[in-house]
Design a binder for this molecule. Structure first.
Ligand code: ATP
Ligand code: MG
Length: 216
Protein backbone atom coordinates (compact mmCIF):
# COMPACT_ATOMS: atom_id res chain seq x y z
CA UNK A 1 0.00 0.00 0.00
CA UNK A 2 1.44 3.36 -1.06
CA UNK A 3 2.05 6.30 1.21
CA UNK A 4 -0.42 8.41 -0.77
CA UNK A 5 -3.95 8.98 0.51
CA UNK A 6 -6.36 8.55 -2.40
CA UNK A 7 -9.92 9.91 -2.24
CA UNK A 8 -12.45 8.70 -4.84
CA UNK A 9 -15.11 11.20 -5.91
CA UNK A 10 -17.56 11.41 -8.79
CA UNK A 11 -17.79 14.53 -10.93
CA UNK A 12 -20.73 16.87 -10.46
CA UNK A 13 -22.68 17.34 -7.25
CA UNK A 14 -20.64 15.00 -5.09
CA UNK A 15 -17.35 16.62 -6.11
CA UNK A 16 -18.79 20.12 -5.63
CA UNK A 17 -20.39 19.38 -2.27
CA UNK A 18 -17.31 17.57 -0.93
CA UNK A 19 -15.03 20.56 -1.61
CA UNK A 20 -16.11 22.49 1.54
CA UNK A 21 -15.51 19.38 3.67
CA UNK A 22 -12.03 19.02 2.18
CA UNK A 23 -11.39 22.71 2.82
CA UNK A 24 -12.32 22.15 6.47
CA UNK A 25 -9.62 19.46 6.58
CA UNK A 26 -7.14 21.91 5.03
CA UNK A 27 -7.23 20.20 1.63
CA UNK A 28 -7.59 22.11 -1.61
CA UNK A 29 -8.00 20.35 -4.97
CA UNK A 30 -5.66 22.03 -7.44
CA UNK A 31 -7.53 21.30 -10.66
CA UNK A 32 -11.14 21.77 -11.81
CA UNK A 33 -12.57 18.49 -13.19
CA UNK A 34 -14.97 20.43 -15.43
CA UNK A 35 -12.01 22.06 -17.19
CA UNK A 36 -9.35 19.36 -17.05
CA UNK A 37 -9.48 15.87 -18.57
CA UNK A 38 -7.27 14.48 -15.84
CA UNK A 39 -8.68 11.66 -13.75
CA UNK A 40 -6.12 12.06 -10.97
CA UNK A 41 -6.20 15.49 -9.37
CA UNK A 42 -3.41 16.76 -7.14
CA UNK A 43 -4.13 18.69 -3.95
CA UNK A 44 -2.19 21.21 -1.90
CA UNK A 45 -0.99 18.23 0.15
CA UNK A 46 1.68 16.13 -1.53
CA UNK A 47 0.34 12.98 0.18
CA UNK A 48 -3.33 13.44 -0.83
CA UNK A 49 -4.84 12.99 -4.29
CA UNK A 50 -8.38 12.80 -5.68
CA UNK A 51 -9.39 10.24 -8.31
CA UNK A 52 -12.50 10.81 -10.43
CA UNK A 53 -14.69 7.75 -10.98
CA UNK A 54 -18.31 7.06 -11.89
CA UNK A 55 -20.64 7.49 -8.89
CA UNK A 56 -21.48 3.76 -8.95
CA UNK A 57 -17.79 2.82 -9.03
CA UNK A 58 -16.81 4.67 -5.82
CA UNK A 59 -17.63 1.70 -3.49
CA UNK A 60 -15.76 -0.67 -5.81
CA UNK A 61 -12.62 1.48 -5.81
CA UNK A 62 -12.66 1.92 -2.05
CA UNK A 63 -13.67 -1.68 -1.29
CA UNK A 64 -10.78 -3.07 -3.32
CA UNK A 65 -8.23 -0.50 -2.13
CA UNK A 66 -7.98 1.43 -5.43
CA UNK A 67 -8.78 4.39 -3.21
CA UNK A 68 -8.47 4.71 0.58
CA UNK A 69 -11.70 6.61 0.98
CA UNK A 70 -14.52 8.05 -1.05
CA UNK A 71 -17.91 9.71 -1.05
CA UNK A 72 -20.94 7.74 -2.27
CA UNK A 73 -24.72 8.11 -2.17
CA UNK A 74 -26.79 5.87 0.11
CA UNK A 75 -28.51 4.63 -3.09
CA UNK A 76 -25.19 3.52 -4.58
CA UNK A 77 -24.07 1.95 -1.31
CA UNK A 78 -27.23 -0.12 -0.89
CA UNK A 79 -27.03 -1.35 -4.49
CA UNK A 80 -23.33 -2.19 -4.08
CA UNK A 81 -23.77 -3.98 -0.77
CA UNK A 82 -20.97 -2.17 1.07
CA UNK A 83 -18.55 -5.10 1.32
CA UNK A 84 -15.10 -4.12 2.61
CA UNK A 85 -16.31 -0.64 3.45
CA UNK A 86 -16.27 1.20 6.73
CA UNK A 87 -18.98 3.90 6.66
CA UNK A 88 -18.14 6.30 9.50
CA UNK A 89 -20.12 9.40 8.46
CA UNK A 90 -23.34 10.50 6.85
CA UNK A 91 -22.09 13.72 5.21
CA UNK A 92 -25.61 15.15 4.68
CA UNK A 93 -24.68 16.28 1.13
CA UNK A 94 -26.18 15.47 -2.30
CA UNK A 95 -29.55 15.08 -0.64
CA UNK A 96 -32.57 13.78 -2.47
CA UNK A 97 -35.17 11.05 -2.05
CA UNK A 98 -35.98 7.71 -3.65
CA UNK A 99 -39.51 7.72 -5.04
CA UNK A 100 -42.04 5.82 -7.09
CA UNK A 101 -43.33 7.85 -10.04
CA UNK A 102 -45.96 7.07 -12.66
CA UNK A 103 -47.38 8.60 -15.85
CA UNK A 104 -50.03 11.29 -15.31
CA UNK A 105 -53.35 9.47 -15.27
CA UNK A 106 -52.03 6.10 -14.08
CA UNK A 107 -53.88 5.21 -10.86
CA UNK A 108 -51.07 3.78 -8.75
CA UNK A 109 -53.18 3.49 -5.59
CA UNK A 110 -55.81 1.51 -7.47
CA UNK A 111 -53.20 -0.80 -8.98
CA UNK A 112 -51.77 -1.44 -5.51
CA UNK A 113 -55.24 -1.94 -3.99
CA UNK A 114 -56.27 -4.38 -6.71
CA UNK A 115 -53.09 -6.38 -6.25
CA UNK A 116 -52.15 -5.99 -9.91
CA UNK A 117 -48.63 -6.91 -11.00
CA UNK A 118 -46.89 -3.59 -11.58
CA UNK A 119 -44.07 -3.23 -14.11
CA UNK A 120 -41.37 -1.06 -12.56
CA UNK A 121 -38.33 0.23 -14.44
CA UNK A 122 -35.32 1.31 -12.38
CA UNK A 123 -31.57 1.54 -12.04
CA UNK A 124 -32.01 0.72 -8.33
CA UNK A 125 -33.26 -2.88 -8.42
CA UNK A 126 -32.16 -3.86 -4.90
CA UNK A 127 -33.83 -0.84 -3.31
CA UNK A 128 -36.98 -1.23 -5.44
CA UNK A 129 -37.27 -4.97 -4.78
CA UNK A 130 -37.02 -4.39 -1.02
CA UNK A 131 -39.52 -1.51 -1.07
CA UNK A 132 -42.24 -3.45 -2.90
CA UNK A 133 -41.58 -6.59 -0.86
CA UNK A 134 -42.11 -4.50 2.32
CA UNK A 135 -45.41 -3.24 0.87
CA UNK A 136 -46.43 -6.72 -0.26
CA UNK A 137 -46.82 -5.51 -3.84
CA UNK A 138 -45.95 -7.81 -6.73
CA UNK A 139 -43.70 -6.19 -9.30
CA UNK A 140 -41.84 -7.09 -12.46
CA UNK A 141 -38.58 -5.17 -12.27
CA UNK A 142 -36.96 -3.93 -15.45
CA UNK A 143 -33.33 -2.91 -15.03
CA UNK A 144 -32.31 0.32 -16.77
CA UNK A 145 -29.07 2.30 -16.66
CA UNK A 146 -30.51 5.79 -17.23
CA UNK A 147 -33.34 7.92 -18.64
CA UNK A 148 -35.84 6.11 -16.43
CA UNK A 149 -38.45 8.83 -17.13
CA UNK A 150 -38.89 7.43 -20.61
CA UNK A 151 -40.10 4.01 -19.46
CA UNK A 152 -43.71 4.89 -18.48
CA UNK A 153 -44.09 7.18 -21.52
CA UNK A 154 -43.19 4.45 -24.00
CA UNK A 155 -45.18 1.68 -22.32
CA UNK A 156 -42.05 -0.14 -21.18
CA UNK A 157 -43.23 0.10 -17.57
CA UNK A 158 -46.12 1.35 -15.40
CA UNK A 159 -43.87 3.02 -12.87
CA UNK A 160 -40.28 3.97 -12.14
CA UNK A 161 -38.21 4.07 -8.98
CA UNK A 162 -35.79 6.98 -9.21
CA UNK A 163 -34.06 9.75 -7.28
CA UNK A 164 -35.99 13.00 -7.03
CA UNK A 165 -34.85 16.35 -5.70
CA UNK A 166 -36.92 19.20 -7.13
CA UNK A 167 -39.31 17.09 -9.21
CA UNK A 168 -38.67 19.24 -12.29
CA UNK A 169 -37.49 16.35 -14.46
CA UNK A 170 -40.58 14.31 -13.58
CA UNK A 171 -42.85 17.24 -14.34
CA UNK A 172 -41.17 17.94 -17.69
CA UNK A 173 -41.92 14.35 -18.67
CA UNK A 174 -45.55 14.27 -17.45
CA UNK A 175 -44.75 12.00 -14.54
CA UNK A 176 -46.11 12.26 -11.01
CA UNK A 177 -44.27 11.37 -7.81
CA UNK A 178 -46.67 9.04 -5.98
CA UNK A 179 -44.53 7.54 -3.24
CA UNK A 180 -41.35 9.03 -1.80
CA UNK A 181 -39.96 6.29 0.45
CA UNK A 182 -36.29 6.82 1.30
CA UNK A 183 -34.22 9.88 2.21
CA UNK A 184 -30.87 9.83 0.40
CA UNK A 185 -27.61 11.57 1.23
CA UNK A 186 -23.96 10.77 0.64
CA UNK A 187 -21.64 9.02 3.05
CA UNK A 188 -17.93 8.86 3.64
CA UNK A 189 -16.64 5.36 2.95
CA UNK A 190 -13.22 4.11 3.99
CA UNK A 191 -11.28 0.98 3.03
CA UNK A 192 -11.04 -1.14 6.18
CA UNK A 193 -7.40 -2.16 5.67
CA UNK A 194 -6.37 1.44 4.86
CA UNK A 195 -8.01 2.63 8.07
CA UNK A 196 -5.71 0.33 10.04
CA UNK A 197 -2.52 1.01 8.07
CA UNK A 198 -2.97 4.76 7.57
CA UNK A 199 -5.05 5.59 10.62
CA UNK A 200 -2.67 8.32 11.86
CA UNK A 201 -3.46 10.37 8.77
CA UNK A 202 -7.00 9.17 8.02
CA UNK A 203 -8.40 9.73 11.52
CA UNK A 204 -7.79 13.53 11.56
CA UNK A 205 -9.29 13.77 8.10
CA UNK A 206 -12.42 11.88 9.16
CA UNK A 207 -12.69 14.05 12.28
CA UNK A 208 -12.37 17.26 10.25
CA UNK A 209 -15.09 16.03 7.88
CA UNK A 210 -17.32 15.17 10.85
CA UNK A 211 -16.96 18.68 12.29
CA UNK A 212 -17.85 20.29 8.94
CA UNK A 213 -20.99 18.33 8.02
CA UNK A 214 -23.68 20.79 6.86
CA UNK A 215 -26.71 21.05 9.17
CA UNK A 216 -30.23 20.78 7.78
P1 ATP B 1 -23.69 8.76 -13.68
O1 ATP B 1 -23.91 10.23 -13.94
O2 ATP B 1 -22.24 8.37 -13.60
O3 ATP B 1 -24.53 7.86 -14.51
P2 ATP B 1 -25.30 9.22 -11.43
O4 ATP B 1 -26.25 9.92 -12.33
O5 ATP B 1 -25.88 8.26 -10.43
O6 ATP B 1 -24.18 8.46 -12.21
P3 ATP B 1 -24.79 11.71 -10.15
O7 ATP B 1 -25.92 12.27 -10.91
O8 ATP B 1 -23.51 12.44 -10.06
O9 ATP B 1 -24.41 10.27 -10.66
O10 ATP B 1 -25.31 11.39 -8.69
C1 ATP B 1 -24.41 11.01 -7.69
C2 ATP B 1 -25.18 10.81 -6.41
O11 ATP B 1 -25.82 12.03 -6.04
C3 ATP B 1 -26.29 9.77 -6.50
O12 ATP B 1 -25.80 8.49 -6.22
C4 ATP B 1 -27.26 10.27 -5.45
O13 ATP B 1 -26.90 9.80 -4.16
C5 ATP B 1 -27.09 11.77 -5.51
N1 ATP B 1 -28.10 12.39 -6.39
C6 ATP B 1 -28.55 11.94 -7.56
N2 ATP B 1 -29.48 12.77 -8.09
C7 ATP B 1 -29.60 13.77 -7.21
C8 ATP B 1 -30.38 14.96 -7.19
N3 ATP B 1 -31.23 15.24 -8.16
N4 ATP B 1 -30.22 15.81 -6.15
C9 ATP B 1 -29.35 15.54 -5.18
N5 ATP B 1 -28.59 14.41 -5.14
C10 ATP B 1 -28.70 13.55 -6.13
MG1 MG C 1 -26.10 11.71 -13.43
Amino acid sequence: MSDMITLALSKGRIFEETLPLLAAAGIEVLEDPEKSRKLILPTNRADVQVVLVRATDVPTYVGHGGADLGVAGKDVLIEHGGEGLYQPLDLNIARCRMSVAVREGFDYEAAVRQGSRIRVATKYTTIARQHFADKGVHVDLIKLYGSMELAPLTGLADAIVDLVSTGKTLKANHLVEVEPFMEISSRLVVNQAALKLKRDRLRPLIDAFAAAIPKD
